[in-house]
Structures are given as C-alpha cells and as structure tokens.
Design a protein. Structure first.
Length: 459
C-alpha cells in the first residue's frame, strides 16, 4: 500500500533510477584502473600479513582479517582439529589396560590432546594405573605470542599458532608443577594454572629436555636464516640452551657444528634443500659413562638419517653414524654404553617417502659398535607405523613406551610385544586425533613435580 504522502508513480520512478544506476555502462579505462588498484591492494595486504609486526595495529588487523576463514572453520564441527588420516581401528578414547596382564603401571603421562569440552588443545596429566586425568593444563599461549617480535617467512604466530592451533609439543613438567611448551613458536614457561612466567622468542620445535644442571636443551630454528645464499624458507637449525628462568645461554648452529668438525660436506655436497638437517631431538646425557660425559648431547638429524654425540663444552662431535636407521627420531640413553633410536624406517616414494613396512627401535652398543633390534617383536606385534614423527621411551624394567604420533596411539609394551596398556586420542565418534610427543613421568624421579601439579589451586 502506498504512503499517502507519496505521489502516484513515485515507486516506479525510484526503481527506474536504481536500475539505471546498476546497469550504467562503465568505461573500459575505469574497469582497468579498478582492477590494477585491486591487485595492488591485494599484494600490499599479503605483504603486511607475511610481516605484520612492523605495521603495528595495522598488521594486527591484517592478520585478523586473513584469519577469518580459519576462525569460521573452527566454529564448524571438527574445525581446527588435526584428525588422523588413513585406515585405523576405531577405539574409544583414553587408557585401556590389558586385563590379561597383572602389571600395574605406577607412572604418569603428559599428553597433548583435545579434551574437557574445550575448543582448543590441552595438556593432560594422566595416571597410568587407572587412566584418570589428574590435571588439565590450558596455558595462555596467546600471552606468550603477544610478546613475540620476530618476523619470518616460515610461520606467523598470530595466524598459525594461537591458542586454538598451538599443539604444545613435547610438554615438559617443571618442579613447580608448571609446564614448558612450544610448537614451532616461542619457548614459554607457565605455572600450574597456565599463567605465563616467561618466554624466549623464536621458533622452537620438536624436543625439549632438562639437562643434569637444570638448564633446558631445545631445538631452535632461526626465523631468518644465518646461512648465506639460501631461500627465505631455509630451515637454519640450532641447539639452544636456556636457563630455568628463561635466559638464552647458547645457540649452536648445526651448520657450524658440522663445519668445524669437518663434516660440512655431508650436507653441502647434496642438491639444494630448504630442510637439509631437520634437527628433531636434543637428548642430554645425565650421567657419565664409558663413552660420554655428563652434559654431552645426543642429536638426531632426521634428513641426514644421522645420530651424533656432541660435547658442547668443546664444540666437538665425538661420534656419529648415519643408518641403518632412516629418518629417525628420539634418541634415548639406556645405560652407560647403549642408546635406542626411534627409526621411522623410510624408503623412497612419491611425493616425500613412506614407512617401509613398520617403524623400528634399533639399539646401538658403543662397546661392540653393533646395532641390534631387541624390540622387533614389540614393534611387529603392535604394528607400530607412524609416518614422520614418533617416540620410543625405554623404561626401567625393559619395557618401551611407544607413540604413534600421527596415528593417535601410545602404548606400553614388553620387549617381546606383550601389550601392557594402550592410550587412544580420539573424539566421541572415535575419530583419532594426532598426538604431539607424549612424555612418561616416573614417580621416583618426577614425584615432587607430579604432586605440585595435582595440588595447585587456581582461581
């Protein structure tokens, strides 16, 4: 019905004006100019998103706009969650103990997963005697990221590693019950309630361990490569030593370590690769033995299939070996002359390689210079097969804790393959969730830290 104040035909005239405006011919030069302006604005926007820090609030706004698709995706069922791909047996989430085994595990496990109804990853302290979650940790990751100032072509923290995306790889429980975490992000320490205590800026990834003097040893990647004549996404790796109060004490580049030990040709003589080293484990030696000293380091360089024994105090490589493991992870000291290695056991395949059957856990004996496979039954009977991650933790009674990182499963098994318990990371529909390097905690050595975490009261 027309308004009494509107002249007859006014509506038709208004619609006619709108139609003429919408269908008005546009000169070609205007269309070309607008297209060029759009291209220029798009390029400038992309440049700001890649390096937002120098632009201040403008850079923050650009990152927020660029993150809109991701933000919308996390609102959808399963958005932002790293599900396991491929075939696997659907099993309920949590811990299952083998009822045929009288063994009761006295230990605990730190595991990163989605849980407790939170739309973000959490770290859980799991009691292995019954599977009870004794504490959930939800560290304030965004507070650590807010202090970061580095720019890199490798990662953008606010877009790629906010609280919904940071998977808190290889969490380390500290004596006060708090955690050290990272995920290709700054290394940060949080108290038991998740409050940020300190952060060390830079790109930390894979393992972090405590040395015999309490200092932390971690894997570091320079945000901008120090190596000359390499691409912007070259992974320039280093061994980092950090004090318990968050001071960087040492950065020792892998390229420099190899060069001064006359080993540079092991990577410089190969075709160019943005990731020639792929340092994935720094394992400090806690007690002196026949073949090493307290404070030495075992290093794993995945893309060279190399494990080396390195002495930071002198800068010398004492021993190294490439193979028979292939693209390995996680070196562990068994006793005063043997080490274990989690061998991903890769073979050449398009596009990046694949597991040659199953993963393996070889043992190298310094006394005999021999490699053996005493855990072959454990990896075979339990069909251990994770693609490009994985953990093997030798336990005091000869058992192993094995993590299939990319298949969402952790198990404890005897050397002959008897399953003690199994932990599955999964949602309510039993869809598997990827893990990020779980850690076994022994009450005889980690007891005070475990108790501090469980007793912490947060407001």
């Amino acid at each position: 019905m027309l308004s009494p104040n509107l002249a007859p035909g006014a509506t038709a005239r208004s619609e006619s004006r709108i139609e003429r405006l919408l269908f008005r011919p546009v000169p070609l030069w205007v269309l070309i100019l607008l297209t060029l302006i759009g291209v220029a604005v798009t390029i400038e926007f992309g440049a700001i998103v890649l390096k937002p820090a120098p632009m201040g609030s403008v850079g923050d706004a650009a990152v927020a706009i660029a993150a809109i698709p991701h933000t919308l995706g996390t609102l959808l069922p399963g958005g932002g969650i790293d599900y396991v791909e491929g075939d696997y047996r659907r099993q309920p989430a949590g811990l299952w103990r083998n009822p045929a085994q009288p063994f009761v595990d006295p230990g605990y496990m730190l595991v990163t997963t989605y849980g407790s109804g939170r739309p973000r990853p959490v770290v859980q302290l799991v009691r292995l005697s019954d599977g009870r979650v004794m504490r959930d940790f939800a560290p304030d990751v965004d507070a650590a990221n807010a202090r970061s100032t580095f720019t890199s072509d490798l990662i953008i923290l606010k877009r790629d590693r906010d609280a919904t995306r940071n998977l808190m790889m290889h969490p380390l429980l500290m004596p006060d019950g708090g955690l050290i975490i990272h995920d290709s992000s700054p290394l940060a320490r949080f108290d038991a309630c998740g409050k940020l205590m300190w952060m060390v800026d830079g790109i930390f990834h894979h393992s972090v361990e405590r040395g015999p003097d309490g200092n932390l040893w971690a894997v570091y990647r320079y945000p901008k490569a120090r190596e000359p004549r390499v691409g912007p996404k070259f992974n320039d790796e280093a061994v980092a030593e950090i004090s318990p109060d968050g001071r960087m004490l040492r950065l020792d580049r892998i390229a420099d370590i190899l060069e001064r030990n006359h080993m540079g040709g092991l990577w410089r003589g190969r075709p160019y690769n943005d990731d020639p080293f792929h340092l994935n484990d720094v394992q400090p030696v806690l007690a002196s033995g026949r073949y090493w000293q307290r404070g030495d380091l075992f290093l794993s360089l995945r893309n060279l299939s190399m494990v080396m024994l390195y002495r930071p105090s002198t800068g010398k490589v004492l021993w190294w070996r490439s193979g028979p493991w292939s693209f390995e992870h996680d070196v562990s000291v068994i006793d005063d002359h043997r080490i274990t290695i989690f061998d991903n056991h890769w073979r050449v395949a398009f596009p990046e390689g694949e597991v040659d059957g199953l993963n393996r856990v070889p043992v190298y004996d310094f006394a005999t210079d021999q490699v053996s496979f005493p855990y072959a039954a454990a990896t075979t009977r339990n069909a251990i097969r994770t693609h490009a991650q994985g953990r093997a933790t030798p336990l005091p009674n000869g058992d192993l804790m094995l993590e299939e990182t990319e298949r969402g499963r952790v198990i404890r098994t005897s050397a002959d393959g008897i399953l003690r318990w199994r932990y599955i990371a999964a949602d309510g529909a039993m869809r598997r969730l990827q893990l990020r390097w779980s850690r076994y905690l022994d009450p005889t050595t980690d007891g005070p830290a475990i108790q501090a975490a469980m007793k912490a009261r947060c407001t």
